[in-house]
Ligand binder design. Structure first.
Ligand SMILES: Cn1ncc2cc([C@H](O)c3cccc(CNC(=O)c4cc(-c5ccc(F)cc5)cc(O)c4O)c3)ccc21
Ligand SMILES: [Mg+2]
Length: 214
């Protein structure tokens, strides 16, 4: 039967990355996406911006919305301090299955809790189910029309504290106009745009970093 792109990406990781070496996993995926098949990982250019935000925030608790194949999950987790954790939500079972194996190959299973399900269903359950207090960093990379409703949901569920950082991918391409309009005009956030390019292309895209002011 025909393999899927995530399955071919996983094969590239098994064939080209060193087990237990997250950087080699990231490199193998970027090589696959540049040389073989484009895929919607954040990629290396925006990935470096993500890396700098993670090291600046030095988070104890991270939430990622949209695991896909786990590329950004591995990038973030490989920079977390000891005992820090990332919870990542993926609704598509096929994506989740590949992500679990890529995360395992990177040797980061202890730091990452992958939940198979939709952000709208799970955000309200994170406190009671996983004993989460608040998140220090949230990375938004799921359906672009869910960025705004899920941000409001996180506010309502008390998952953000004064100083929590939201980092949103694709605010230009494919674009998240309602989210940008809200977050840039809300007195409860201080936002900054990081101009970059759509992964593996020369098309403009960027990340929006927003600090929740409480
Ligand atoms: C509710 N919920 N809860 C958890 C959860 C998880 C998912 C999946 O992980 C998932 C599946 C499909 C699409 C996405 C969003 N990502 C994108 O659509 C995207 C597109 C492009 C692009 C850009 C230019 C193109 F020409 C084509 C695609 C570049 C990018 O970086 C992207 O992130 C996310 C979905 C909903 C979820
Ligand atoms: Mg993206």
């Amino acid at each position: 039967t025909q393999s899927t792109r995530p399955q071919r990406m996983l094969a590239a990781v098994h064939n080209n990355a060193t087990r237990g070496d997250p950087r080699s996993v990231v490199k193998a995926i970027d090589q696959f996406c540049r040389q073989k098949e484009w895929a919607m990982n954040i990629g290396d250019e925006k990935g470096c911006i993500l890396d700098s935000v993670v090291s600046e925030v030095n988070p104890a608790m991270v939430l990622e919305l949209g695991t896909y194949c786990g590329y950004s999950t591995v990038r973030i987790a490989s920079q977390l301090p000891p005992h820090a954790k990332i919870i990542t939500l993926e609704f598509n079972p096929q994506n989740a299955a590949v992500a679990r194996q890529i995360i395992a190959w990177a040797g980061l299973g202890e730091k990452i809790k992958l939940i198979e399900g939709s952000s709208g269903d799970w955000i309200p359950k994170l406190k009671e189910q996983f004993g989460v207090d608040t998140f220090d960093l949230v990375f938004l990379d799921h359906w672009k029309d869910r960025y705004l409703p899920d941000t409001k949901l996180m506010e309502e569920c008390g998952l953000l504290r004064k100083g929590s950082i939201l980092l949103a991918d694709n605010v230009i391409c494919p674009g998240t106009p309602e989210y940008l309009e809200y977050i840039r005009n809300s007195p409860r956030y201080k936002s900054q745009y990081f101009k970059s390019h759509l992964e593996y292309t020369r098309v403009e895209d960027g990340l929006e970093k927003s600090i929740f002011l409480g």
